[in-house]
Design a protein. Structure first.
Length: 149
C-alpha cells in the first residue's frame, strides 16, 4: 500500500514539474460563471424588487384614498366637520389592497387613513440559489377634506 502511494505521489510530482495543470482552468471558469450569474440575479431581481416597491406604494396610496372616501354623510349634510366612519374606512382600505393580491393593515386617526402594504415579489434568477421571493413594504396616507364646489 505504501509503495502504491509513493508511486502515485511520484507521478503527481512529475506531472506538476512538466506543467500539467489539468482542471485548474475549469475551476476558474466555473467560479467566474457562478459570480456572473449571481450578479445577473442581483441586477434582474433587484430591478423587479424596485418595481414591486413602486407597485406596493401605488396600492397603499390608492387603498388609503379608498378608505378616506368612507365619510359620515349625516355629519356632512348637517354642515359639521368631516369625519370618517372608522370601521368602514379601514375595511375598505384593506379590501382594496386584498383585491390586488397584497396584504395590508389599515388604521384610521381622525380624518386620516394610513395603510401599510406588504408585497411579495417572485424572483426570476435568484430562485436558483433558494431565494424564491423578495418582500417589500410601503405606506400610504390619505386625508378626508371638505371641498367647496
Amino acid at each position: 500500500m505504501k509503495r502504491r502511494m509513493r508511486v502515485h505521489l511520484t507521478q503527481v510530482r512529475v506531472r506538476r514539474a512538466a506543467g500539467d495543470d489539468q482542471g485548474q482552468v475549469t475551476a476558474f471558469v466555473v467560479g467566474v460563471f457562478a459570480a456572473l450569474w449571481l450578479f445577473a440575479g442581483i441586477v434582474v431581481d433587484g430591478g423587479l424588487a424596485l418595481t414591486g416597491k413602486a407597485q406596493a406604494l401605488d396600492v397603499a396610496q390608492e387603498a388609503a384614498r379608498t378608505g378616506a372616501q368612507q365619510l359620515d354623510v349625516g355629519r356632512l349634510r348637517r354642515g359639521e366637520e368631516v369625519r370618517l366612519v372608522r370601521d368602514k374606512a379601514a375595511a375598505a382600505a384593506r379590501a382594496y389592497a386584498a383585491s390586488t393580491g397584497d396584504s395590508a393593515t389599515a388604521s384610521v386617526t381622525g380624518e386620516a387613513v394610513t395603510v401599510h402594504v406588504t408585497h411579495r415579489q417572485r424572483t426570476q434568477i435568484l430562485q436558483l440559489i433558494g431565494l424564491r421571493t423578495l418582500t417589500v413594504h410601503a405606506t400610504g396616507t390619505a386625508h378626508a377634506e371638505r371641498t367647496t364646489p
